[in-house]
Design a protein around this ligand. Structure first.
Ligand SMILES: Cc1cc2nc3c(=O)[nH]c(=O)nc-3n(C[C@H](O)[C@H](O)[C@H](O)COP(=O)(O)OP(=O)(O)OC[C@H]3O[C@@H](n4cnc5c(N)ncnc54)[C@H](O)[C@@H]3O)c2cc1C
Ligand code: FES
Length: 1275
């Protein structure tokens, strides 16, 4: 949070800002408050920190400081915010773990709305929302106690430093100049000085919010040797009113612009403020609060983004700018002549925008700003529009009209010809009908236009105009200018997040208070994470002589390396060395699934992003410069393979390819009433762990010993990899993992390759070497979830009974094998899911392509495989014209059952989840209501779906099902637990603490877990496969039981003694207070030849029902409600498990509806950061989100009858995909289209809109595939 004192008004303003974009030089005179400043465990934690932590809003914790500070900044300005304020404040913060619901609930306790918790005093909390079931509300256990929260007392906040007030009041501001290594920063104070500077240095940018220049310098490597920062030039911030409108200083931030307009609107009649209101609506959706707080109005205009939100409405609204330079002052209209190209405006380089004039509207004039973006909030728009129409008095005849679009070319464009077709004509269907055709022609995009989505963007221009048309019609009707019936107005989608239900079973009344098992205990590090004290890998203090490593990657998808010239890099300041494959003293490859993968490419590259060498330098900036200076020459090799289809055509596979079948599929197809063949494509997914790959390798300095501090799921793998690479024994490498800022499968194999390279640098230079990937590098290099193509043939009877199904699963593995055959194998193993299809066959194939290698990702192939299976069920339902839930229900396993790999199980709890979910969600009644809604609405449709999952837990490679633990009791009675699991947000340490608490009969507060390290617990297995608690929990239990028994004689001698006295006595009696525990898990296996086995220890079951509302004109949707019922046996920690369920569900929702990786036709990943790749944000949380843990469930195969839950519910996010598909089907039906249709995943607004087949999408001619080179590939 930045705070500034304003001498003119003697007031202090506070605002949140993105640290990564905020230039330090600009903070002169400002106070910066960080998360560490507002509270700490050493002094007092702040209520915001406490509430987010106690509401279970912190899992891996990497996002938590940001969440805390966004909320804190809001509360500093508004101590009693509304829910809308809270969701707005959090809109710019991303969390990959929690699914946001608990963060929102923690923050909800500050708001005073009727529907929220009154934790600031009265105990009147309605956090649990509606009543369900017969049990009285107060008896239901709560995830956190709303009465146990510190009150928010604004008088206790930090004060603004008086020295800064004194400085501002007493000293007159001076020009500031900062000299950096390559950049000089000048901050003038007077307009005259600014004008002179700009005249002298016309190429120097004016940095205001730095939201355009900053990313350019950081990500595109653009260097500005001189930066002029006019943020202290008062003349740029003046606001003045005239009879015609308002002049707003170009330096005003977008938030300031918003509040200026907000204050003006109520002061004038509505008809005068059309432009003001349109601008404010648009501003509400532009970027995020943090961006709007710093980004300037002038900066936005001059940046001339192709999809700027403001420029179309400023242009349509007849705004103008006042510009100044040494040549004088002039006014320039913001019209089509102003925006001349990509990032270019008509102004001279030395001209400065002083202010912007926003006129009052006139009677009979209507103005609207519209936008559509890939994500509802915090996202650049796909298409934006500003529209204005003026009517002669009491007439529907158009006197003047102005329409501008963004996102339809290199800059803001005017639809001048369309306007010509509307002007002087009546505002009616006929005029607009002709206007659409002209608009289509006028704003035609070439089929390979940058940004892609060509058909969608073109159809959006039409549908946004249609929305404006309707809006204006309604206004004319309200003014009695027209009297005839007008079509329905399209209301915005609902957006208020309601309190949800999280229902779980209480522990038995007889359970000891000391025994933490089964209770919703807060994540053990949540408070430290919320105060910023939690230490992540990159927080480790710099070590004397430490170097930073930056990798250099291939820019070719498939090529021979013909030259590697590092000479220039080595000359640069700070660069110490360049590491190539020749420097590796040991094994130069990592072996996965029987294939070798080079750590650093030597003679050939097989994807863009493959690592070739690494530059080490004294700082990150120097390493980055060094990496950019490495010159690599290539000789391209022919025919790189990118898509699954290309791989299949060329039989480019990684072996083994797997086949499983039961029954006789071929014969069965001959016996059925109907056969249907279909396919679906599922895009990949980026892990987007908040903490990128991070490590620090420290040579101890003697006998080849190394300490590796790293963010990984599998410390032993890192230890092995470093030892092999350096050709040393494993006992010289100690791997330490304190905590991991999110992993989701992405911090196993890829991390081991990076660790190997970093260790070579540390070995060669004999200095500590740190490697922390930037987001863009991480996304480019490390791969993610496998994009998958599923093909199927299904045979079924007219009543919906499925008799035979034949699947083919093709996973795009990328250039190396990694774990790809295992991922494809898991698709085949899970393909029966909840259904008993008597004749079932499936083949899983890992395709080798020239893309970065894909790897494990939460669910490990199951989320892709099952979407294909459920899509097949949907197709059956659509062929038969009956609801998909009927087909699902009819084909489910019932009674004692056997899977297609001949494993016997009882599906009773699956069916219980199904029934419970139908009951809890009120499925039947809501389906009826949806049908009614759809009949009444032409442009908005609702859809609902209910989806089951049966998910196998544990590793099907039996040897991985083992774990060990080491428990020490110290003489003072405190206990230190070490085990093989890594804490990455999933709460494994918290659960281990609970387990130790039960076994040792002591409160969890006496138990500590410091880290996971290979020198305490050796030969660990990865924290993966949802098996962490099952395996490590049993090992911790074992160790604790051994120790408890050892203490028994002492306890017997002194039964009234304290735990501490027993521990001390045991020491005095020479009893060992340290024990290891071990768990030999199930020997799981699959015999692929016999097509049988027991690959899983047991199944976790779940069912999810989701309902969405879809705007068919834009494809935008909202999840109105989600109900999830999950069988996780007896939960060890309901709050942690609830967090896993909700977090995984939201990650699934992202996978199936939002997250889209885009590759160029040459295999370059375009989507390398949060601005291009959208993970779910607060706006994506189901508006009502209810989770129920199935009661009365036991599981004899895991600790305390619990079940693994890390992965299974990710697939339940597909209930949103199928609800969208249901809504799309309703829209298609209005266009006369029935039966199965194709909707690939993710069901983005683009896909949902095009599939809805509205009259507008149907107007857009589709380009013939093959007749052009698409901007992005379908891989
Ligand atoms: C994460 C993120 C999300 C965003 N989302 C959106 C969005 O949804 N919609 C949208 O429209 N925009 C969005 N933006 C863009 C943002 O609004 C603009 O970058 C911002 O308004 C530019 O203002 P600034 O002060 O930060 O510019 P700076 O980066 O400080 O400067 C940008 C350019 O403007 C020039 N300039 C600045 N002020 C003047 C002046 N007074 N006279 C002449 N030249 C000047 C500078 O010389 C420089 O070339 C987003 C940006 C980010 C980083
Ligand atoms: S807790 Fe939010 S990213 Fe992990």
């Amino acid at each position: 949070m930045v705070s500034r004192y304003q001498p003119a008004t003697k007031s202090i303003i506070h605002y949140s800002a993105n640290a990564c974009l905020l230039p330090l030089c600009q903070l002169h005179g400002a106070a910066v408050t960080t998360v560490e400043g507002i509270g700490s465990t050493k002094t007092r934690i702040h209520p915001v920190q406490e509430r987010i932590a106690k509401a279970h809003g912190s899992q891996c914790g990497f996002c938590t400081p940001g969440m805390v500070m966004s909320t804190y900044a809001l509360l500093r300005n508004k101590p009693q915010p509304t829910m809308d304020d809270i969701t707005q404040a959090l809109a710019g913060n991303l969390c990959r773990c929690t699914g946001y619901r608990p963060i929102v609930e923690g923050c909800r306790t500050f708001c005073q709305e009727a529907n929220c918790c009154q934790a600031n005093g009265a105990a009147n909390c309605c956090l649990n929302g509606e009543k369900n079931g017969d049990e009285p509300e107060q008896e239901k256990p709560q995830l956190f106690d709303k009465l146990d929260l510190l009150p928010l007392d604004p008088t206790q906040e930090l004060i603004f430093p008086p020295e800064l007030i004194l400085m501002a009041d007493t000293t007159s501001p001076q020009t500031l100049t900062f000299h950096g290594e390559r950049v000089t920063w000048v901050s003038p104070v007077s307009l005259e000085e600014l004008i002179q500077l700009k005249a002298k240095h016309p190429k120097a940018p004016l940095v205001m919010g730095n939201t355009n220049i900053g990313p350019d310098m950081k990500f595109k490597g653009i260097l500005h040797p001189l930066i002029i920062s006019p943020t202290r030039v008062k003349g740029l911030f003046e606001v003045s009113q005239t009879p015609q409108g308002v002049w707003v200083g170009a330096g005003c931030s977008l938030s300031e612009l918003h509040s200026v307009l907000e204050k003006l609107v109520p002061q004038f009649p509505e008809e005068k403020t059309e432009v003001f209101r349109a601008l404010n609506r648009q501003l509400g959706n532009l970027g995020s609060v943090q961006i709007r707080n710093v980004a300037s109005l002038g900066g936005n205009i001059v940046s001339a983004y192709p999809n700027s939100d403001l420029n179309p409405i400023l242009a349509a609204g007849n705004c103008k700018v006042s510009v100044i330079s040494s040549g004088g002052r002039r006014e320039v209209p913001l019209n089509q002549d102003f925006f001349v190209g990509f990032g270019k405006v008509i102004l001279q380089p030395e001209e400065i925008v002083l202010s912007v004039f926003i006129p009052f509207s006139r009677k009979g004039e209507f103005v609207q700003a519209l936008r559509h973006a890939p994500r509802k909030e915090a996202s650049f728009a796909t298409v934006t529009a500003g529209m204005r129409v003026m009517f002669s008095e009491s007439s529907r005849v158009v006197q003047d009209v102005s329409i501008y679009y963004g996102g339809m070319g290199p800059t803001t464009v005017s639809a001048a010809k369309t306007c010509q077709a509307i002007i002087r004509r009546p505002w009616d269907d006929e005029t607009l009908g002709q206007a659409y055709d002209i608009l289509l022609e006028e704003l035609a995009l070439p089929p390979s236009a940058p940004g892609g989505k060509v058909e969608f963007r073109r159809s959006l221009t039409l549908s946004l105009l249609f929305k404006f048309y309707l809006e204006v019609l309604h206004k004319l009707k309200a003014m009695n200018v027209i009297t005839d019936e007008v079509p329905e107005k399209i209301q915005p989608l609902p957006r208020d997040i309601q309190p949800g239900l999280q229902e779980f079973q209480p522990v038995s009344k007889d359970q000891s208070n000391h025994d933490a098992v089964g209770r919703p205990m807060m994540h053990r590090s949540a408070i430290s994470q919320a105060t910023g004290e939690a230490v992540y890998c990159d927080d480790l203090p710099k070590i004397e002589g430490e170097l930073f490593l930056m990798v250099v990657t291939s820019s070719r998808p498939h090529a021979k390396i013909t030259g590697l010239d590092v000479s220039e890099a080595l000359q640069l300041p700070g660069v110490v060395d360049v590491i190539t494959t020749k420097d590796i003293p040991g094994k130069k490859v990592r072996t996965f699934c029987g294939y070798n993968e080079e750590l650093l490419a030597e003679s050939e590259v097989s994807c863009i992003g493959q690592m070739i060498c690494a530059v080490v330098a004294d700082t990150k900036a120097h390493a980055k410069r060094g990496a950019a200076a490495v010159k690599i020459s290539y000789e391209d090799l022919p025919d790189p393979i990118f898509t699954i289809e290309e791989a299949v055509e060329k039989s480019s596979y990684f072996e083994p390819r797997r086949l499983l079948q039961r029954g006789d599929v071929t014969e069965a197809f001959k016996t059925v009433d109907k056969v249907y063949e279909g396919e679906i494509r599922i895009g990949g997914q980026e892990h987007f762990y908040m903490e990128t790959q991070s490590m620090l390798v420290v040579p101890v300095g003697e006998e080849m010993e190394f300490n590796v501090y790293i963010s990984t799921q599998w410390p032993t793998l890192i230890q092995d990899a470093v030892a092999e690479t350096l050709n040393i024994a494993s006992n010289r490498v100690t791997c330490h993992v304190k905590r991991v800022g999110g992993a989701f499968g992405g911090k196993v194999t890829r991390t081991s390759v990076l660790a190997s390279i970093t260790s070579v640098a540390a070995w060669k230079t004999n200095r500590a070497v740190r490697c922390v990937l930037e987001r863009g590098e991480d996304m480019l290099i490390t791969g993610g979830r496998h994009p998958t193509l599923g093909k199927y043939k299904v045979g079924f009877m007219n009543d919906g009974k499925i008799v035979a199904a034949d699947f083919q699963f093709f996973a795009n593995s990328g250039n190396t094998v990694d774990e790809s055959p295992l991922v494809a194998e898991k698709m085949v193993l899970h393909m029966d899911t909840a259904y008993n299809i008597p004749n079932l066959r499936g083949r899983g194939t890992a395709c080798k392509t020239n893309l970065p290698s894909n790897t494990a990702f939460r669910g490990f192939g199951v989320p892709q495989g099952l979407l294909i299976v459920e899509n097949m069920i949907n197709d059956v339902a659509m062929v038969l014209g009956c609801p998909a839930d009927k087909i699902r229900e009819m084909n489910m396993y019932r009674g004692p059952s056997t899977t297609h790999y001949k494993f016997e199980f009882n599906p009773e709890n699956l069916l219980r989840c199904w029934e419970e979910c139908k009951r809890r969600s009120d499925y039947s009644a809501r389906r009826g209501a949806i049908e009614q809604f759809n009949e009444q609405n032409r442009w908005k449709k609702r859809g609902i779906s209910i989806i089951p999952i049966k998910y196998g837990i544990a590793f099907s490679d039996g040897f991985l099902n083992q774990a060990a633990a080491l428990v020490h009791i110290y003489k003072d009675g405190s206990v230190l637990v070490s085990h093989g699991g890594t804490e990455m947000g999933q709460g494994v340490h918290t659960k281990m603490q609970q387990i130790a608490s039960r076994e040792l009969h002591i409160p969890p507060s006496k138990i500590y877990i410091s880290e996971t390290s290979t020198n305490t617990v050796p030969n660990t297995c990865p924290s993966a496969a949802s098996f962490g608690t099952d395996a490590n929990g049993m090992a911790v239990k074992d160790a604790c039981q051994i120790l408890y028994q050892r203490l028994e004689p002492i306890r017997k001698k002194n039964p009234k003694g304290t735990w501490e006295s027993w521990a001390n006595k045991a020491f005095m009696e020479k009893i060992s207070l340290s024990a290891t525990g071990f768990y030999k898990g199930p020997d799981l296996y699959v015999d692929w030849d016999k097509m049988e086995g027991q690959p899983y220890a047991y199944y976790t079951y779940g069912v999810s029902c989701s309902e969405v509302e879809l705007d068919c004109l834009t494809g935008e949707y909202r999840t109105l409600r989600t109900d999830i019922v999950v069988d996780i046996g007896k939960s060890v920690n309901p709050s942690v498990d609830m967090g896993q369920i909700e977090g995984a569900f939201m990650q699934g929702l992202g996978l199936y509806t939002l997250e889209e990786l885009k590759f160029s036709p040459f295999g370059l990943l375009y989507t390398r950061g949060p601005s291009q790749y959208k993970v779910p944000a607060v706006c994506d949380v189901p508006l009502q989100f209810n989770v129920y843990l199935l009661p009365d469930s036991d599981n004899p195969y895991a600790i305390y009858s619990s079940k693994g839950i890390g992965e299974p519910t990710l697939f339940l996010g597909s209930s949103v995909f199928f609800a969208i598909k249901d809504a799309v089907a309703a829209a298609r039906s209005d266009s006369g289209l029935k039966g199965p249709f194709s909707l690939n995943s993710p069901a983005t607004p683009e896909r949902a809109c095009l599939a809805s087949a509205s009259p507008f999408t149907q107007k857009v001619p589709a380009s013939k595939p093959g007749s052009f080179k698409p901007w992005a590939l379908d891989i």
